[in-house]
Design a protein around this ligand. Structure first.
Ligand SMILES: Cc1cc2nc3c(=O)[nH]c(=O)nc-3n(C[C@H](O)[C@H](O)[C@H](O)COP(=O)(O)OP(=O)(O)OC[C@H]3O[C@@H](n4cnc5c(N)ncnc54)[C@H](O)[C@@H]3O)c2cc1C
Length: 338
């Protein structure tokens, strides 16, 4: 993934590869709670390895203050991110908070308001490498929330194509839909390596048989940096994110529609296919409402499925629908590139 550089604005509310920006003003001040205008100090209370290149960072407001209303609001119907500052370089990057899937066994009163981020260490990446090297108890400054997408009120079905850490916004959508009755969601999650999704078994195995072709990763994605404390695997255990997706599925059960997840692993030669999506969009349905296909992942993933996002008037915009989805007859389904 290439870093983007640019003017004094947030450059990318989009592909997981970008969102670099220069800080525009001194940012020492903070009102104590997360807000979009100033950086707020959080303490790194835990870092749990997910794979050799990614970990879940748990951050707690350093003043012990609970979330304000703007954060509670974005959890209800948005895909949203926070920005993390790299203080020495005065640059920041966007990261996507994971929903809380805990079963209520809180170890501390503040736990519900902790910010949890799935962060991959990019080879040569400025901010992700900085974060992966920080010891627990370090201070990390956050700014946000930044809304990337607001789900339509009448949403009834979502197909979410996630590449790598693009699973984080998919989990936000799953958590928002779990609150609604009758909405259905299908997550198709592609990873280069099994270590990202150990124990993940697809709900619909028709599309995940071995295929003989080169994954989009090979051509688009550079290497990530292996980190030292890779979690042990015993062949039967489930990875953390897989467990959290299972918990989201359980939570979605009472909503009639529910959540299903398909796993695709490049090194096992299983790849998301247009036919997997066709099967989902041609299913006969009675209900009326919005149906979205959301694509989130590294730049190459986004481009392969939906075409590039574009820049217009200093803002990143959706751009024309191209790629695999651009060649399909999607009917009433609308595509959103994150
Ligand atoms: C809305 C949004 C949400 C996001 N959410 C997440 C998330 O939840 N988790 C997550 O892990 N990431 C997320 N990202 C991506 C994240 O913001 C960063 O882009 C990512 O962590 C890499 O940042 P970095 O500073 O470490 O790497 P950078 O320094 O930006 O470098 C990125 C890559 O480009 C290469 N590179 C840098 N400069 C050049 C150059 N001049 N020429 C060629 N290659 C170069 C680097 O070697 C590296 O591999 C999100 C992005 C957006 C926009």
């Amino acid at each position: 993934m290439k870093a983007r550089t640019g003017p004094l604005v947030v450059l990318g509310a989009s592909a997981l590869g970008g969102a670099a920006y220069r800080l525009t003003k001194p940012t020492d001040a903070s009102d104590g709670t997360l807000n979009p205008h100033t950086f707020t100090p959080y303490t790194l209370v835990d870092r749990q390895p997910v794979s050799s290149t990614s970990a879940i960072f748990t951050l707690r407001n350093s003043s012990g203050l609970p979330d304000n209303e703007s954060v509670r609001k974005v959890w209800r119907r948005s895909v949203w991110s926070v920005q993390i500052k790299q203080p020495q370089l005065q640059i920041a990057r966007a990261y996507t908070p994971l929903p809380c899937t805990a079963d209520g066994n809180k170890t501390s009163e503040n736990e519900a308001d902790d910010v949890r981020l799935l962060i991959r260490q990019e080879a040569g990446g400025e901010v992700s490498t900085y974060l992966h090297r920080l010891p627990v108890d370090s201070t990390i400054e956050l700014r946000g929330p930044n809304t990337e997408l607001t789900l339509p009120r009448d949403i009834i079905e979502v197909i979410f194509l996630a590449g790598g850490t693009g699973i984080a916004p998919a989990m936000q959508v799953a958590q928002a839909l779990a609150r609604r009755t009758g909405s259905r969601m299908h997550i198709l999650w592609a990873n280069r390596r099994r270590e990202e999704c150990i124990g993940g078994i697809s709900d619909d195995t028709r599309g995940t048989a071995m295929q003989d072709r080169v994954g989009w990763w090979k051509s688009f994605w550079g290497p990530s940096e292996p980190i030292a404390d890779t979690p042990p695997t015993d062949g039967t255990a489930k990875g953390i994110i897989v467990k959290e997706l299972d918990a989201l599925k359980q939570r979605s059960l009472p909503t009639k529609g529910g959540l299903d997840v398909n796993y695709y692993v490049d090194e096992e030669h299983t790849f998301i296919q247009p036919t997997d999506i066709e099967r989902m969009i041609t299913r006969k349905r009675e209900e009326t409402g919005s149906r979205l296909i959301i694509v989130s992942g590294p730049e190459g993933f986004l481009e392969y499925w939906a075409g590039k996002k574009l820049w217009a008037d200093g803002r990143e915009v959706q751009g024309p629908l191209r790629g695999q989805l651009g060649r399909m007859n999607l009917g009433e389904w609308r595509v959103i590139k994150l």
